[in-house]
Design a protein around this ligand. Structure first.
Ligand code: ASP
Length: 315
């Protein structure tokens, strides 16, 4: 079996000119740390579902990505976080949405998955569930960063002057996610997000919706998406890609291209990472850039923000 791991840190990348060299270096280094966390598990024969959780946790802890610490603010200046995880071997999945106090929402999603039922918990009930499970909880302002605060102010101004539609992808959103194929050929996917800046209170995106922003099914593929969640939900993007492969016999590449084309037709900024059971990885996006990375079977890490892909050493 070919081990495979791919991650994304969202398609809400900044235009290259707007980020300092130090910030770029940090983004690439955090992507590499996420890859290393997942690959360490896979290379020891561990399950794909543990690898994707580990990779997503690292990106949740980084202030640079819109998930966990560094998440977007909603319209009330608070953070409401969504996350999910799916094990392609069993189709078991867990998800939390609109949570305000869970430090690593993907960990709560995994705990829920292991419990088996319910699959999706919302808001305060999910925060309380996490506490009962002994998962770290924090005050809501733990998630705040200066950059996201500026994004909220600029989106509020745009709303007033009617230019919200012209906001850059970076002002608006982002997400983190991971997909993996383990030594047993099992697939898994996980996604975590703060949603989009200035989102209405209570709005839930695609990231915790199994079949939309996250999907994994052995023999087909594992998918984690980023972009305007309303469209990922309408098109059931993750499940659609898996179905195009199963019913139409398309390759992973063809199926993801078809799904991306529908999003692009709606002028929706979008991207995703996906892997199939042969360990083949794709990471398409239709925006200026997408934080992303993957490990080739020889254990070499690759990270990228815009078109150029860089080697980031041995995982
Ligand atoms: N998909 C996320 C959401 O709609 C946002 C993003 O990926 O940019 O909540």
């Amino acid at each position: 079996m070919t081990l495979a791991l791919a991650i994304h840190g969202g398609c809400g990348t900044l235009p290259k000119a707007e980020m300092t060299e130090a910030e770029w270096a940090q983004a690439r280094s955090d992507l590499a740390s996420a890859l290393r966390a997942g690959w360490t598990i896979l290379s020891k024969g561990g399950p794909a579902v543990d690898a994707v959780e580990a990779a997503v946790r690292v990106m949740e802890d980084s202030p640079l990505f819109n998930a966990g610490h560094g998440a977007a603010f909603n319209a009330d200046g608070e953070h409401e976080l969504d996350a999910s995880i799916m094990d392609g071997a069993t189709l078991a999945a867990g998800a939390v949405c609109a949570v305000k106090r869970i430090k690593n929402p993907v960990a709560a999603a995994k705990a829920l998955m292991l419990r088996g039922d319910p699959l999706l918990l919302a808001g305060p009930a999910a925060d309380i569930f996490a506490e009962h499970e002994g998962i770290d909880t924090v005050e809501n302002d733990y998630f705040s960063t200066e950059r996201r605060r500026k994004n909220l102010s600029s989106m509020k101004i745009r709303e007033l002057v009617g230019t919200a539609a012209e906001a850059s992808e970076a002002e608006k959103h982002g997400t983190v996610g991971a997909v993996a194929c383990d030594a047993q050929g099992h697939l898994a996917a996980a996604t975590s997000t703060g949603g989009y800046t200035n989102k209405p209170v209570g709005r839930v995106g695609d990231s915790p919706i199994i079949g939309a922003g996250t999907y994994a099914r052995d023999g087909r593929c594992a998918v984690s998406g980023t972009g305007k969640g309303e469209y990922f939900i309408r098109y059931c993007v993750g499940h659609e890609i898996a179905s195009l492969m199963a019913y139409k016999g398309l390759s992973l590449e063809q199926a993801t291209q078809e799904a991306m084309a529908e999003l692009t037709a709606h002028k929706v900024g979008a991207g995703l990472v996906a892997v199939d059971e042969t360990g083949h990885i794709v990471a398409p996006y239709n925006t200026d850039g997408m934080y992303r990375g993957w490990v080739t079977p020889d254990g070499l890490m690759h990270v990228a923000t815009h078109a150029d892909v860089e080697m980031a050493g041995q995982a």
